[in-house]
Design a protein around this ligand. Structure first.
Ligand code: FAD
Length: 487
């Protein structure tokens, strides 16, 4: 039998990789190594969920003085100090990165600060020159933001760069209509930036419930975001009088403090330009924006890893093809998280990592359950959702829709126009709640709990016999008596 240096070598120290490594080492007693080429914690901790949510919190203070006045407080907010906030933010991210490093160390995982590639079914090559053999290799390399394929696209920034801006721009054009585009539109609007958003589709947040996404779009406009649907960027160029471009038209990302990383995949995310940008759009407008942010999708970090050379199949976007146990076509190599482009969320990457350890190191084959995953969009107001949209459910079977929309007590008292929405999509045949959609402040917190009931297979009658908590917004979830419509 062949002797390996490790039982498991994990490539990538993000949400999925760190969890799999420390559980395999700490709980299953495996000899584990992990290589990370950038910062421990990965996208979620360093340039995703965590810094984004802290920016959401920062931006939400903007509406407080208006509300507080109605409640009898004499309050003024003053200016937002980006430098102070981002200093605090970076210190917090440093702290969290340290936590991730020590979690690995305390579980007995050997860590390597290096880029890893795969040489063969059992060998990992590090950029430091070292190479190691392992019985199993786990690829958890995540994904990266992509710019559209148009001339001068490097003039725009991507979500990774937002957290490194030296100052907040006065105006920003956001291209895209997915959750990252909409969240940053709301964040930057709340922080006082003039926000314009172009999305080529007919409505933002494709794939979510139509009524919910329509309501979010209305609120975004009411709060001052200049949202243009059916609109795309046609051309972009440095605005007149700007001399920031270097001769070849590329400004190193380091000019704005973004980290330039070694991977061919990742380099594309960090070359951007500092200075106003002229933009021509498909709606005929020509405008100059201080910053253009591309939130136009993410691709898996699977290129230049040596995968295809050893027989691992990649999909159209570069996603690693795996089976329900996250195993690739090479039996000793598994892949989890965003690099497989299944459901690109942190808790899903973590689940996939745990299922991998159960399967490979605990003798308990565990397929990953991707059904009924609750999720949230941190716009203002938030959206929380689990299960089927009304449109998808209607296409599947006869349904009843229970829906209510109202002005919530807190902001109605302050004379604000905000509305919230609660919606249940119910199977007429089984009475099961197939989908639950909430647009409201705190919807993310609400949907986590509603998600348990929906995952358990709760029927509309189970919701009905649950006593309301009063006075709350979510009590409407258990008090909607007659269907709004049937289909
Ligand atoms: P990652 O966390 O991306 O980790 C991969 C790691 O691998 C990285 O650290 C990378 O540097 C490293 N790496 C890559 N190649 C190599 C190599 N060859 N050698 C060594 N190391 C390598 N999800 C949510 O659930 N909720 C949210 O609110 C949310 N908000 C988000 C907001 C933004 C702006 C973004 C971009 C993402 C957000 N996500 C959110 C998605 C979430 O961050 C990802 O789904 C999650 O981080 C995926 O984890 P992962 O382990 O697959 O990869």
């Amino acid at each position: 039998m062949m002797n390996f240096d490790y039982d498991l070598f994990v490539i990538g120290g993000g949400s999925g990789g760190v969890r799999a490594a420390r559980v395999a080492a700490g709980e299953a007693g495996a000899k584990v190594a992990l290589a990370e080429e950038d910062r421990y914690g990965g996208t979620c901790v360093i340039r995703g969920c965590v810094p984004k949510k802290l920016m959401v919190f920062a931006s939400e203070f903007a509406t407080l003085p208006g509300e507080a006045a109605a409640y009898g407080w004499d309050m003024s907010l003053g200016d937002f100090d980006w430098t102070r906030f981002s200093g605090h933010l970076n210190a917090e991210l440093d702290r969290l990165e340290g936590v991730y490093r020590s979690l690995l160390k305390n579980s007995g995982v050997d860590t390597f600060d290096a880029r890893a590639t795969i040489r063969d079914a059992h060998t990992v090559q590090l950029s430091s020159g070292e190479s190691f053999t392992a019985k199993h290799i786990l690829i958890a390399t995540g994904g990266h933001p992509v710019r559209p394929d148009i001339p001068n696209a490097h003039l725009g920034i991507v979500s990774d760069d937002i957290f490194h801006l030296p100052k907040l721009p006065k105006s920003v054009l956001i291209i895209g209509g997915g959750y990252i585009a909409c969240e940053f539109a709301c964040i930057l609007n709340g922080l006082g930036v003039e926000v314009t958003q172009y999305y080529r589709g007919a409505q933002i947040l494709r794939g979510f419930d139509d009524q919910a996404r329509g309501m979010i779009a209305d609120h975004m406009r009411e709060k001052g975001i200049d949202l243009h649907l059916g609109t795309n960027i046609l051309e972009m160029a440095p605005a007149a009088g700007d001399h920031h471009l270097s001769v070849d038209g590329l400004v190193p990302g380091a000019a704005m403090g973004a980290s330039v990383r070694a991977s061919g995949d990742l380099l594309a995310t960090s070359d951007h330009h500092e200075g106003p940008v002229w933009v021509k759009a498909s709606n005929g407008s020509q405008q100059v924006f201080e910053t253009v942010l591309f939130a136009t999708g993410r691709d898996p970090n699977s290129r230049n890893l040596g995968l295809e050379e050893i027989g691992i199949e990649l999909g159209r976007r570069g996603e690693i093809r795996v089976d329900e146990y996250s195993q690739t076509a090479v039996p000793s190599i598994y892949a989890i998280g965003d690099v497989t482009n299944r459901v690109n969320l942190t808790p899903v990457a973590i689940r996939e990592g745990m299922a991998f350890v159960e399967t490979v190191f605990k003798g308990n084959p565990t397929p990953v359950d991707h059904d009924l995953i609750p999720s949230a969009v941190f716009t203002q107001p938030e959206m929380g959702t689990v299960g089927l949209s009304e449109e998808d459910a209607r296409a599947q079977e006869p349904v009843e829709i229970y829906c209510t929309s109202f002005r919530p007590m807190r902001t109605a008292f302050a004379g604000q126009p905000d509305r919230v929405m609660m919606k249940l999509v119910v199977s007429r045949a089984t009475r099961r709640v197939l989908g639950c959609h909430i647009v409201a402040p705190g919807a993310a917190e609400m949907i986590q709990l509603a998600g348990i009931a929906v995952k358990m297979g709760a029927t509309k009658e189970d919701f009905d016999r649950t006593v309301a908590v009063h006075p709350t917004m979510s009590e409407e979830m258990v008090t909607m008596r007659s269907p709004t419509r049937t289909a």
